[in-house]
Design a protein around this ligand. Structure first.
Ligand SMILES: Cc1cc2nc3c(=O)[nH]c(=O)nc-3n(C[C@H](O)[C@H](O)[C@H](O)COP(=O)(O)OP(=O)(O)OC[C@H]3O[C@@H](n4cnc5c(N)ncnc54)[C@H](O)[C@@H]3O)c2cc1C
Length: 523
């Protein structure tokens, strides 16, 4: 049943209520509250954590399964040996940007021109570039790592020796080539949207930030969103009303889940979960896309890797000077390549980390080594996010359906990528530091052997998107102004609106989406 309004809470009326203080929510709250005449409430399920690992770049994977992670896993993935893939997502001020790898990458200009071609007017490269530039020039600064690992330099040179051209600016719109990754850091510490956008905005009297507030339902009246019901940490519920708009920024998993809990989505799964459909929108939760990462793990010699980053000396270097290996974002370099010269843009990423990234990041490395991640940039496999229960505390079923595309192209790209990664590792100067390939191991050479490796060990690269797609077709959930179709005063602004994955990483594109949304809403 739709929730009844509680008049006693009518005092908590704002102009705009935003759900979720992650990459998008922090940006949008900051931009909208620049207008002193707009009262903004930002609701966040997590808390304002002071965990040191949030600030220390190299420590991000220690936050997996901590109290600032939603702690989700996918449902068993048929093509990955029925494994339930660890699926970290931030539940804290800053959202997933509090535990991400800080890589700041836009993708390729064609990604956005493709969005426009799909009917998303206002989202071509020419349209989005100013929004990228606005954030990068100010609240979301791009930095260089202060102390790159020598093996990262060796990887870049080895990739060049393999014929991959050096790209000095991976964010120009043409991302092809190998290069060093810009990061969202300042003085060797994480500097994401929570610090760059939200922190300065919190001084404003017209912005209220409520943490430990889990939104459980969008309040609808006659087809119009009028507010949000939320649950506090003590289990009590409250309502926040919005005079102008409710905006969902709860991320590619949280937003479709909240819409479904509110009776907005495909009829059958709602009814199966015991939720009365209020507004049928078949695309809610459908369309989950993600970057799946396979790769090589290689033992090295002669150079210290991040396996020894936590020595007392390094802790002091980080704490006193913002230097040393603890400033590493782990993913220090990337190569974007075309697996077929007939392609017009890169379809494969090699991601270099000067450490063994094992067991989905849950295992701390004990030996020196490197990881060369292999990622199909334009995945064709599509999954979904579906609520399991009308109880908002029950996690939704997350099913990316990795490697299920009928043509098998996602898998083919990964196999090509594994072989390319091996050729790069065999090039000097990186080759001089190689002890041996740990996984899949030299004995794995045939397609079947490499396939076994992909099935047994691939993991998410943490880029879920597309679950409330922007567009014009039947499955579109929002229009190009990010308004939920068929309802009033309700928008979605986060990674879930992406009509396809950018062929890079998703943080900066999500920041850009929120910058665009602020333009639309102020306009
Ligand atoms: C380990 C890891 C590493 C990554 N590394 C990179 C990287 O290096 N570069 C890159 O570009 N991208 C990276 N990403 C991805 C990037 O961080 C995300 O794409 C981006 O944060 C998505 O932004 P969002 O606003 O859509 O969602 P989020 O940032 O996840 O924000 C959603 C917010 O909504 C809150 N929320 C959810 N449901 C509710 C509810 N019902 N009520 C109230 N609040 C709610 C959540 O707690 C969260 O704070 C990484 C992700 C992970 C997990």
């Amino acid at each position: 049943m739709p929730r009844a309004l509680q008049p006693s809470y009518a005092r908590a009326v704002q102009d705009v209520v935003i759900v979720g203080a992650g990459a998008a929510g922090c940006v949008l709250a900051a931009r909208l509250s620049e207008d002193p005449g707009t009262a903004v409430l930002l609701l966040e399920a997590g808390s304002k954590s002071r965990k040191l690992e949030i600030r220390i770049p190299a420590a991000f994977s220690k936050l997996f399964r901590s109290e600032i992670d939603w702690g989700y896993s996918t449902v068993p993935q048929a093509e990955l040996d029925a494994r339930e893939i660890v699926f970290p997502l931030g539940r804290v001020l800053g959202g997933t940007t509090a535990l991400n790898a800080m890589m700041v990458l836009r993708g390729n200009r064609a990604d956005y021109d493709d969005w426009a071609a799909l009917g998303c007017d206002g989202w071509s490269w020419a349209d989005v570039e100013p929004a990228f530039a606005r954030s990068g020039a100010g609240p979301f600064p791009l930095a260089e790592l202060p102390d790159r690992n020598p093996l990262t330099e060796a990887f870049v040179q080895a990739a060049e020796a393999e014929g991959i051209a050096f790209n000095p600016d991976l964010n120009s719109g043409d991302n092809e080539g190998v290069g060093f990754v810009p990061v969202s850091q300042r003085r060797g510490r994480r500097f994401g949207v929570a610090r760059g956008y939200l922190q300065p905005a919190r001084r404003r009297g017209n912005l209220t930030v409520l943490t430990d507030a889990l939104a459980t339902s969008v309040l609808l009246e006659d087809g119009r969103a009028v507010g949000v019901e939320y649950r506090r940490a003590d289990g009590s519920t409250a309502q926040a009303l919005a005079r102008r708009e409710v905006v969902l920024c709860a991320g590619a998993i949280g937003t479709p889940h909240l819409l479904q809990l509110s009776g907005i989505g495909a009829r059958v799964p709602l009814e199966q979960a015991g939720v009365t459909p209020v507004h049928e929108l078949p695309g809610v939760g459908w369309g989950l896309v993600d970057h799946l990462a396979s790769g090589l793990l290689v033992l090295t010699q002669g150079v210290e890797t991040l396996a020894s980053a936590e020595s007392l000396r390094n802790v002091l270097r980080w704490a006193l000077r913002g230097r040393g290996p603890l400033t590493s974002n782990v993913g220090e370099a990337v190569a974007f390549v075309r697996t077929d010269p007939r392609l017009s843009e890169p379809d494969l990423e090699l991601l270099f980390a000067p450490v063994l990234f094992q067991e989905e990041g849950l295992k701390q490395p004990t030996e020196h080594g490197i990881t060369v991640g292999v990622i199909a940039l334009r995945p064709r496999s599509v999954g979904d996010v579906v609520l399991r229960s009308s109880d908002p505390l029950v996690p939704p079923a997350i099913d990316p359906r990795y490697l299920t595309d009928p043509g098998g192209e996602d898998l083919a790209t990964l196999l090509t990528g594994l072989r390319l990664a091996r050729r790069v590792v065999a090039q000097r100067p990186l080759a001089e530091h190689i002890l041996r390939e740990l996984l899949p191991g030299d004995e794995a050479q045939s397609d079947d052997e490499l396939l076994g490796h992909v099935r047994a060990l691939s993991q998410t690269l943490y880029h879920p998107a597309g679950t409330c797609r922007m567009g014009t077709g039947e499955q579109a959930v929002v229009d190009p102004l990010l308004r939920v179709r068929g309802l009033q005063a309700l928008r979605v602004v986060d990674a879930s609106v992406m009509p396809s994955l950018p062929s890079g990483h998703t943080n900066w594109p999500t920041v850009m989406i929120a910058e665009r949304a602020a333009e639309f809403m102020r306009g």
